[in-house]
Design a protein around this ligand. Sequence first.
Ligand SMILES: [Fe+2]
Length: 147
Amino acid sequence: MKGLVCKVCGYVALDGNKDQCPICLAENEFEEKEDACKMPDFKAVSGETEKKHIPYFTIVKECGIICGVGCVDVHVKIGEILHPSLPEHHITEVTFYVDNKFVSNVMFTSNVNPATVIHLKDGTKGKVQVIENCNIHGKWYNEVEIK
Ligand SMILES: [Fe+2]
């Protein structure tokens, strides 16, 4: 998948904004890359490498943590077959977007399992997109529609 990538930290600007990186705050350090992240043909995913890297979503509309306000919880697990979490091979981060706008970045070490959750505000609708980064196999994309 083609995209704008921060030369300093590797963040992918899905919204095309190249003024400032929201992760490392570098200014005007973006470059266009043909292979910004892998976007597999999801209807034809059969390989183990793909199944271990594609972000896998579970949406929960009844939040068990933030009561009274309301949430749309987007759980992300990497991947359908759980990715290894070893010092030499692990997921380093998961970046969340809603309708191409950056909303959150979660960093990982090999001390945690490759899964996280974001508590979007109640009533959030649109396309939630995730790009995860594996220290060996690079960046992988997936998306889910919140209705
Ligand atoms: Fe990997």
